[in-house]
Design a protein around this ligand. Structure first.
Ligand code: WT7
Length: 668
């Protein structure tokens, strides 16, 4: 079609229903703003940053400085140097001071649909100050790390903002990680405090978070990182009857400690280049990376991307299905919408519980304007049938957003037509934990001809470059090309370092191709200048929008006494995008049983978390290796997907017989 037809429907619909003009109303506006962002980034971002409160203003010139070329020295990026601000002030106080204190800030629903809370802006600010006061009375100060292991309750963004108010770095650990993973993260960031909850119901399943925290705290102490305070929120009503394990020397109930604190806590005025938070993400080696973001640059990049990409304005109702344990939950559930003065809708349970209509009923109930989700959830909602969205009134929707993994065309059309009634732009953005904000974007404007499945065009300040995968040289800047995606230049919300390991930051992102930021993604650009992400080019896989390093799963497997060696790859999966497929060599072939599969799966669940458990364990008495001992993953991918006819060049295989043997063992 359909593109023309869709475009004309979009245009007609936009004229009929848009009650406001998008900020990038014409192509000329986008073109000229984009050009300025590249030609004069300092002036461009400096102007946009004036929309925020700065206690001390940064100078109009000389606030920006950077080097991303290792040949010229260390990687160093600075924006708004000389300015001081606080993100919590910009997200809360600013709106309360403007007389909007009684407006809803967080609209929350628990796992159980009848559990609901409305928290107004003034109350969120009070709660943030109370928590900041308590944390600081326990010794937390600017620059310290605080681990947050909370389910999706209003206290989670409140805890993030309380850290931001003090200037402490939060490290939100997704509450689906195991005790081992949590401990590893506590140790890495040298955190002394954990904010958690007794437990949470996920669908019909209880998860006892405090027990996991207790195990993690013990493990961390053994590794030399003692925890001095664990603040525990009592949340899940359904779990109240169960006894929460308690260690009186470090544990404190939230309801005992926080309500009596003062609601006044002046924000710490932080330098723009102070650290705001760290967030662990997976890389191609076993150890997770603590990605560190800045205060000023992160705030301005994320806030402005919300305005330009999702058209967020004060009073808008924004519903994101992301979890605050991932970057999307940081940028587009918590910080971004609040920086724009919006109301955030939060869902504390599984989005398909109790049925496929949950999200759509919430859209209707709260008159959601911007709905932000991930392709994996769309695929499962789509599978549950059209009857569910049809039952709800979705006419309040204006912008549909998605990120995290490639969106297949079918899901795109369903989102666009079934959910958005062909009225709302689908903003499927490509970005990363490290980039902080949306980078490649289909613009949410009627003039923009979005292509289903494409990541669109660059946002302000973003200079995508496609390199030849083998030679590393730049491919032509116009016309259709395919290769490795790197980024030239800098943008305010880019991460500044990896916690405690600046050298790894430089080696992983700036050493592979000198002078560029290496994304780890493959990419093609079509003749119209739209970018299409073709998947990771490193050993990272994307399962349901969660980034998982194959090395992490391999090291979890080989940690088990019965496992001699493991090689993990990603295979296509209809719902999850990719699924984890593990080739495992056991110490004794006689153990190649389903019972052993279960033991290994349980082990991965314990070491990393449920989401990292392999879908398939393929017994491998040996692995295909090159003569120098490198595992040939390319060959494994072909074997796993039944494409053994297309193995390609296998002349470097040390033992060609291995391939035959593995094919025979498939499905066994
Ligand atoms: C990786 C980053 C988007 C923030 C949440 C995930 C993949 C992300 C897209 C997209 C195709 C995408 C890339 C990227 N990815 N967005 N729109 N289309 N692929 O952040 O966990 O840091 O993962 O997710 O491979 O490198 P993350």
């Amino acid at each position: 079609m359909q593109r023309l037809e869709v475009l004309s429907r979009q245009l007609t619909a936009a004229c009929a229903t848009t009650d406001r003009t998008p900020l990038l109303a014409t192509k000329e506006i986008y073109d000229s703003m984009y050009r300025k962002s590249i030609e004069d980034p300092e002036g461009f971002w400096g102007e946009l940053a004036l929309g925020y409160h700065w206690q001390e203003k940064f100078p109009a010139r000389g606030h920006m400085q950077y080097n991303v070329d290792l040949r010229r020295g260390n990687v160093d990026v600075q924006f708004f140097r000389g300015g001081t601000t606080n993100i919590s002030y910009n997200a809360l106080d600013r709106w309360v001071a403007a007389g909007r204190g009684d407006e809803p800030c967080i609209l929350w629903e628990g796992n159980d649909e009848s559990e609901r809370r409305t928290v107004i802006y003034r109350q969120v600010l009070d709660d943030v100050c109370r928590l900041s006061n308590w944390m600081s009375s326990r010794g937390v100060k600017k620059g310290d790390s605080v681990t947050i292991y909370l389910p999706m309750v209003p206290e989670l963004p409140i805890a993030m903002l309380a850290c931001a108010r003090i200037g402490a770095m939060h490290s939100v650990v997704f509450a689906g990680f195991s005790a081992d993973s949590l401990a590893q993260r506590i140790v890495d960031c040298k955190g002394k405090m954990v904010l958690t909850a007794s437990g949470v119901m996920r669908g019909t399943k209880p998860v006892l978070l405090k027990t996991i925290v207790d195990d993690a705290v013990k493990l961390a102490a053994k590794q030399g990182q003692p925890t001095t305070s664990v603040l525990c929120l009592e949340v899940a009503t359904a779990l109240r009857a169960s006894v929460t394990p308690w260690n009186p020397s470090i544990d404190i109930w939230w309801h005992d400690a926080i309500p009596k604190q003062s609601t006044v806590f002046p924000p710490t005025w932080l330098d723009a280049e102070d650290r705001s938070f760290l967030l662990y993400t997976s890389g191609s080696t076993g150890k997770p990376k603590g990605v560190v973001h800045s205060v000023g640059g992160y705030m301005v990049g994320v806030g402005e991307s919300c305005r330009y990409l999702y058209d967020m304005r004060p009073g808008d109702i924004v519903f994101s299905t992301a979890d605050c344990g991932w970057i999307t939950g940081h940028s587009y559930l918590a910080y971004g919408p609040l920086l724009c003065g919006c109301t955030i809708v939060m869902l504390g349970g599984i989005p398909t519980h109790p049925d496929g209509g949950r999200c759509w009923r919430m859209v209707e109930r709260y008159k959601v304007r911007q709905f932000y989700t991930a392709p994996t959830l769309l695929r499962s909602l789509l599978q549950l049938g059209d009857a569910w969205p049809r039952k709800s009134d979705l006419t309040s929707l204006r912008v549909l957003a998605s990120a995290g993994e490639p969106m297949n065309e079918h899901a795109w059309h369903w989102f666009h037509e079934m959910i958005g009634n062909a009225r709302c732009p689908v903003v499927d953005t490509w970005w990363q934990t490290e980039t902080g904000m949306g980078m490649l974007i289909p613009l949410p404007c009627p003039w923009f001809d979005a292509k289903p499945g494409a990541a669109g065009v660059p946002f302000f300040g973003v200079q995508p470059v496609i390199l030849d995968a083998t030679t590393g040289s730049e491919l032509p800047a116009t016309g259709a090309v395919e290769g490795v995606l790197v980024l030239k230049g800098v943008w305010p919300s880019m991460a500044r370092t990896l916690y405690g390991d600046h050298e790894r930051w430089e080696q992983v992102y700036f050493a592979p191709y000198k002078g560029y930021y290496f994304t780890g993604d493959g990419c093609r650009r079509d003749e119209d200048g739209h970018y299409w992400i073709t998947g990771r080019v490193d050993d990272v896989i994307n399962v349901s929008g969660h980034r998982i390093g194959t090395a992490e799963v391999e090291s979890a497997l080989t940690e088990h006494a019965d496992c001699a060696e493991a090689a993990v790859i990603g295979v296509d999966h209809a719902l999850k995008g990719q699924a984890i497929y593990a080739f495992v060599t056991l110490r004794g072939m006689e153990h190649q049983t389903d019972a052993m599969r279960k033991i290994l799966n349980d082990h991965v669940r314990k070491v990393i978390g449920p989401f990292a458990v392999p879908d398939t364990i393929h017994w491998a008495p040996a692995l295909p290796k090159t003569r120098s001992g490198k595992i040939m993953r390319r060959v494994l991918r072909k074997i796993a997907s039944g494409q053994e006819k297309e193995l390609g060049d296998v002349s470097t295989l040390a033992e060609p017989g291995v391939v035959e043997m593995l094919i025979k063992l498939r499905g066994k």
